[in-house]
Design a protein around this ligand. Structure first.
Ligand code: CTP
Ligand code: MG
Length: 229
């Protein structure tokens, strides 16, 4: 199913501690941002990419987009203070269409088959997300003492992309703004409409590069994929 995608890329990468936007760090000689953009550039179902950026990265990002010959980036939208604001700014530029995806620019390992499973599902239900079963035992604690061991069987670690019928996501963002609600993902805004959100099992490889050790995991995933070719 065809779709447009919003890629929030306007963060500062503070936890990565690289002294610049982590999306400019190179993996296999290519900036992280480009790895992610290429997935959507190559996916025939992707009609358009809307990139939310920090104005201080504009010159560098534009240079890379040109250098790697990327053609689907229609809009460079200024990001906001929080990820949610960056996405809202991008969403306001969407005029028409059926399906919108939101995908963290910092998740370069997303694959086209997962995207098409996701958009297929969201086409049916209006909202769908990718997630993986939680592997660790999760406990709640207060003041250094366990208060509860949570039943893991219904817990999912949520990823992006998240896919929505455009009108649903627009309504969800408007409501969140009215209520001053700040969520940690896009689906949480849709949940409070309320509108049901379908969960599809994704891939543990679809990591978000957040802290320096994630760069080692990323190298390993790249090597594994290279070997499988
Ligand atoms: N993002 C954004 N606008 C913000 C904050 C984040 O567009 N105000 C983007 C990031 O660029 C990233 C994605 O949202 O692609 C996920 O955010 P995160 O992994 O937290 O990245 P950063 O915010 O850059 O990192 P940190 O929180 O460590 O500073
Ligand atoms: Mg952040």
């Amino acid at each position: 199913m065809s779709y447009q995608v919003i890629l929030p890329a306007a963060g500062q990468g503070k936890r990565m501690g690289a002294g610049k936007n982590k999306l400019l760090l190179e993996l296999d000689g290519i900036p992280l941002l480009i790895h992610t953009l290429k997935v959507f550039e190559k996916d025939p179902d992707c009609e358009k990419i809307i990139l939310a950026i920090n104005p201080q990265d504009e010159i560098e990002f534009k240079g890379l987009i040109e250098q790697f010959g990327l053609k689907k980036i229609d809009d460079l939208v200024p990001g906001g203070k929080e990820r949610q604001q960056s996405i809202h700014n991008a969403l306001k530029t969407v005029e028409k269409g059926e399906m919108i995806l939101v995908h963290d620019a910092a998740r370069p390992f997303i694959q086209t088959d997962a995207i098409s499973r996701l958009t297929e599902k969201a086409g049916q239900t209006g909202a769908a997300i990718l997630a993986v079963p939680v592997k660790d035992t999760i406990k709640k604690a207060e003041n250094g003492e366990v208060t509860e061991t949570v039943d893991r069987s219904s817990l999912w670690a949520v990823q992006t992309p998240q896919a929505f019928r455009i009108s649903i996501l627009q309504r969800a963002y408007e409501l969140a703004e009215e209520d001053d609600f700040l969520g940690t993902d896009d689906a949480s805004l849709v949940e409070r409409l309320p509108h049901p959100v379908s969960v599809l099992e994704g891939d543990y490889d679809n990591i978000k590069l957040t802290t320096p050790e994630d760069l080692f995991f990323a190298e390993a995933i790249l090597k594994k994929r290279e070997a499988a070719k």
